[in-house]
Ligand binder design. Structure first.
Ligand SMILES: Cc1cc2nc3c(=O)[nH]c(=O)nc-3n(C[C@H](O)[C@H](O)[C@H](O)COP(=O)(O)OP(=O)(O)OC[C@H]3O[C@@H](n4cnc5c(N)ncnc54)[C@H](O)[C@@H]3O)c2cc1C
Length: 242
């Protein structure tokens, strides 16, 4: 951090994998952090379950792998399955690249386990302060820092931070938003047969190409009718779930 203040404290909003790993990296560099997370604890869902070789190397540099590898599931093979017949279409063996990777495998260790492990192992009340049930509700930047407003179980708190990093996924994801998104996917799946959905997905990606042939997918009558079914389902899903 060029020009960083001595004794700076960084506030991190969101104890997801990005927030917690960022907090650990800063803390390892001697920077005090406070992480605010609106949920009461890491939420037990199946997101970001696979830690790939390069992610494991990054976590290893932060001293986390010794603790988590014995707790996760190890797989050295990537397998692609046919969605309908479930047969294996292709398999890649990471072991063949063992000279390239420190960890030639994927570790199944869901993001809530990783964030909980980091909070449990490294969190403390001074230089790595992780506070659950604390939602950041307002930020005001001033010439020499940021005023942070936090809603806590004991009421509203205000504090001053030197820097604030927002780690709340791309659009401020919340569990509520996740619930609505899965509702919407369920509605679409109930209205559009899987084969039609796969066709529409192919048309949408081919239509993005620049070639003249791609205009067939952008403007062709057949592709428009396939896309129309998906569009109608999306409108219905938005109506029912959002
Ligand atoms: C259904 C689903 C499945 C996925 N599966 C995989 C997968 O298998 N592998 C993979 O690599 N990726 C997967 N992902 C993507 C992965 O989960 C995200 O890339 C990752 O969670 C992003 O991490 P993050 O820390 O930026 O955000 P998040 O994990 O969303 O964490 C953000 C945190 O910020 C908190 N927050 C938000 N606003 C505030 C506020 N104002 N104050 C305090 N806290 C706040 C939220 O409660 C949340 O805990 C999946 C995503 C979804 C939706």
């Amino acid at each position: 951090m060029a020009g960083a203040k001595a004794n700076a404290r960084v506030v991190i909003v969101g104890a997801g994998p990005v927030g917690m790993v960022c907090a650990l990296a800063l803390n390892r560099s001697g920077i005090a952090v406070t992480v605010f997370e609106q949920e009461p604890a890491p939420v037990e869902d199946q997101r970001a379950a696979s830690l790939h070789p390069s992610t494991l190397e990054m976590l290893d540099d932060l001293g986390v792998t010794e603790q988590i590898i014995p707790l996760g599931l190890i797989s050295s093979a990537y397998r692609f399955h046919d969605r309908v017949s479930h047969s294996v279409v292709a398999e890649f063996d990471l072991n063949l690249m063992r000279d390239e990777f420190r960890f030639p495998y994927v570790l199944q260790y869901e993001q809530y386990k990783l964030t909980a492990s980091i909070a449990k192992e490294y969190g403390n009340s001074s230089d790595f302060d992780v506070r659950f049930s604390h939602a950041v509700t307002d930020l005001t930047e001033t010439a020499d820092g940021v005023d942070v407003e936090v809603s806590t179980p004991d009421g509203v708190e205000r504090l001053r931070a030197d820097y604030v990093i927002g780690c709340m996924a791309s659009n401020g994801e919340t569990q509520e938003m996740l619930r609505r998104c899965s509702c919407s996917i369920d509605v679409i799946a109930s209205l559009v047969p899987y084969e039609h959905y796969a066709k529409a997905g192919t048309i949408l990606s081919l239509a993005q190409m620049r070639s003249e042939a791609a205009s067939l997918f952008r403007e062709g009558q057949w592709s428009q009718s396939v896309l129309e079914e998906l569009r109608r389902a999306q409108i219905e899903a938005d109506f029912r779930c959002f």
